[in-house]
Design a protein around this ligand. Structure first.
Ligand code: SAM
Ligand code: GLN
Length: 293
């Protein structure tokens, strides 16, 4: 498809309008499923208005500086940069989270992990909770939202990601979460929790080139050759960091349920269960750890 002509702005002729800019951007963005939405979200971001206002003000003119800013963002999107990075935020569990190139863009499927964690917390009165690999803070912050009594610790090996997580907690007024930097269990050595929740990197290295992933940090996605490296470490270390009868809840790849169940069984986890994501794929597995007799 030929891209629509670049709309002219105030300096060069008839003003570009909101509707004209969106049409222009839509033609530049190749993914037919998301082009319109992306075009609207980016313009709403530049103009500081919501999508409804874009519709009600469709024929309003847009100033030259804003047109330039918008076209820069659209060009970034056309190169595959996630919208969340371009606007600096992403909605997760109905919370606006700040994100940048150091954090994974929180995924809708991770809300299933939060749901599972909150159910376990409610059903078994779990209090001490650990979020391993917190990234933007998505899981820890959502659990804090859903359960005021929990004492939460959130870790990440990435200092810049952890800085974003801390800032998100402050901006959302979600207090009392302890953020600690370091490799998996290292920052919480000697501590036992009631629940460990984690969305570790689980993409096999050969798949990291897959569309949509190449702009996110490798450390947030790479699960090594078989995709299971981080899951192996997190599961193997869990018995030393859970109290007897404590729970582990993990997000994993759609084809990783079997290896995850096997690893959990070998580490002494019982009462395993897997839940499906919005697409009907195996996505979250939990298990209860029982000390050997
Ligand atoms: N929890 C966030 C979410 O669900 O949106 C981010 C999940 S992302 C898939 C995995 C996170 O694990 C990244 O933030 C990454 O920095 C962190 N990570 C990777 N290797 C780690 C390690 N060795 N120790 C601790 N965290 C690690
Ligand atoms: N769900 C992400 C994806 O496949 C991967 C997240 C992860 O590695 N934990 O796009």
């Amino acid at each position: 498809m030929r891209a629509a002509a670049v709309p002219r702005n105030e300096g060069t002729g008839p003003a570009a309008t909101i509707a004209g800019l969106i049409r222009h951007a839509e033609a530049l963005l190749s993914d037919p499923d998301s082009a319109r939405l992306d075009a609207e979200v980016l313009l709403g971001h530049v103009l500081g208005v919501g999508r409804v206002q874009l519709v009600t003000r469709a024929d309003h003119p847009v100033a030259a500086a804003e047109v330039r800013r918008y076209l820069d963002l659209v060009a970034g999107r056309a190169r595959g940069i996630p919208v969340a990075y371009l606007v600096g935020r992403r909605e997760f569990w109905s919370m606006p989270l700040q994100v940048d190139e150091h954090t994974l863009v929180p995924r809708p499927e991770t809300e299933h992990l939060v749901e599972a964690a909150l159910e376990l917390i409610g059903a078994h009165d779990l209090r001490k909770v650990l979020d391993l690999g917190t990234g933007s803070g998505a899981i820890a912050l959502a659990i804090r939202r859903g359960s005021a009594e929990c004492r939460l610790t959130a870790t990440d090996v990435s200092a810049p990601a952890l800085a974003i997580a801390r800032r998100n907690a402050e901006r959302l007024g979600l207090r009392d979460i302890v953020f600690v930097e370091g490799d998996w269990y290292r920052p919480v050595r000697g501590t036992r929790f009631d629940l460990i929740a984690s969305n570790p990197p689980y993409v096999p290295d050969a798949e990291l080139g897959r569309a949509g992933l190449c702009h996110e940090p490798r450390v947030a996605l790479s699960g090594g050759d078989d995709g299971l490296e981080a899951l192996r470490t997190v599961i193997a270390g869990a018995p030393r960091h859970l109290r007897d009868g404590g729970w582990l809840a993990l997000e994993h790849g759609a084809d990783q349920k079997q290896p995850v169940w096997t690893m959990l069984g070998a580490a002494g986890f019982r009462a395993r269960a897997t839940i499906l994501d919005y697409a009907g794929l195996d996505r979250v597995t939990m298990g209860k750890w029982q000390r050997a007799e």
